[in-house]
Design a protein around this ligand. Structure first.
Ligand code: UFG
Length: 342
């Protein structure tokens, strides 16, 4: 009996693998290493390199490792890229997920955890946004994920498969023990960008828009620490193993911070000032999105342990320094791009 983690060499997936190992579970990772890293998979974990949409590969892995559950992280996740290349997103995130579901149900898999996104809400009518708000995604990325939620709903009615879809808000930080973190080169995520700027890996950063209807004019987001998010998946697995019903839940802290709040926190925690250039609004950014989290707490018993922006920023800083130091002779962004820690 083992858990198949697609995208287990990536940012959130690698933290999930650590949680599973810490809980004594058998794990197998499936990753095509397009954005993940071989070194992010602990040596005792079997790594199948390939495509989660490859039916034969997945079927073989399920049989070979005795897979009974799938946690599906592997996806394309860059919103502007999804606008420029929608068919890539519908192919990778939607069509291949359809194939994965077919492979899973044919192999008798009965529990499936899916990485969904707050992007399914678009610009929510009210915050904190709850799961009963009708989804109105603003990007092909959000749509590509929402369609998988719909497939899961239909498949679960027509088969023995039960699922939990977690709608992630803004994932940040790293493993509190320093074993993993966000390693994606040229990541566009706010905390990563601000931390890299604080460390001098970027000369400056941009602040996209200060004319939003928020307390300081910059966008408000709900930043969830990555280990807390991985724990939500563990709770989702326990829920399904205990016979729980299929669910779609937000994963966030019900607490919003503005872009300016985040930048000030990074400056304070790092002890470094850096250049922030105020720019135009970034297309497609909702003014504010904060997770209602009553459902995930009541249905899954989720209890966040790292709900602290300063702690998240400290983890991100430590991981970024760790990455830069491991890259021989070059602590700049180019070094991070080519370097392979470990
Ligand atoms: N921002 C900046 N400067 C930067 C980077 C970001 O000002 O250099 C701002 C953005 O404009 C936005 C906020 O910081 O207002 C957060 O931006 P991120 O790119 O970190 O994250 P998003 O909120 O755009 O997107 C995240 C996930 C998506 C998910 C979405 C759902 O990355 O996958 O939340 O709301 F779809």
């Amino acid at each position: 009996m083992s858990v198949l983690v697609t995208g287990g060499a990536g940012y959130i997936g690698s933290h999930m693998v650590l949680e599973l190992l810490d809980a004594g579970e058998d794990v197998v990772v499936l990753d095509d290493l397009s954005t993940g890293f071989r070194w992010a998979v602990p040596p005792q974990v079997p790594l199948v390199i390939g495509d989660f949409g490859d039916e034969n590969l997945v079927k073989d892995a399920i049989a070979r490792y005795g897979v009974t559950e799938i946690v599906h992280f592997a996806a394309k996740i860059v919103v502007p890229e999804s606008v420029a290349r929608p068919l890539l997103y519908y192919s990778n995130n939607t069509a291949k997920a359809r194939t994965l579901l077919e492979t899973a149900t044919s192999a008798g898999i009965e529990r499936f955890i899916f990485s969904s996104t707050a992007a399914v809400y678009g610009d929510p009518v009210q915050n904190p946004v709850t799961e009963d708000e009708p989804p109105k995604p603003m990007s092909p990325y959000g749509r590509s994920k929402l369609m998988v939620e719909w497939m899961l709903e239909d498949v679960s009615k027509a088969s023995n498969l039960k699922y939990v879809a977690l709608r992630y808000f803004n994932v940040a930080g790293g493993d509190p023990a320093g074993r993993a973190g966000q390693s994606t080169p040229n990541a566009t995520h706010l905390i990563k960008v601000a931390v890299q700027t604080a460390l001098g890996l970027r000369p400056k950063m941009q602040l996209f828009g200060i004319d939003y209807p928020t307390h300081d004019g910059s966008c408000v987001r709900d930043y969830i620490q990555v280990t807390d998010l991985a724990r939500a998946h563990m709770d989702a697995l326990a829920h399904l193993r205990g016979g729980g019903q299929s669910l779609v839940c937000n994963a966030g802290y019900a607490k919003g911070f503005s872009v300016i709040d985040v930048i000030e926190t990074v400056k304070r925690v790092s002890g470094r000032d850096f250049h922030v250039e105020v720019s135009e609004r970034r297309p497609g950014d909702p003014a504010a999105i904060v997770a209602g989290n009553d459902l995930i707490k009541s249905a899954l018993g989720w209890r966040p342990q790292h709900d602290d922006l300063e702690e998240i920023v400290r983890q991100a800083l430590r991981w970024e320094q760790n990455l830069a130091e491991r890259v021989s002779g070059n602590a700049g962004l180019d070094g991070i791009k080519t370097g392979a820690p470990g």
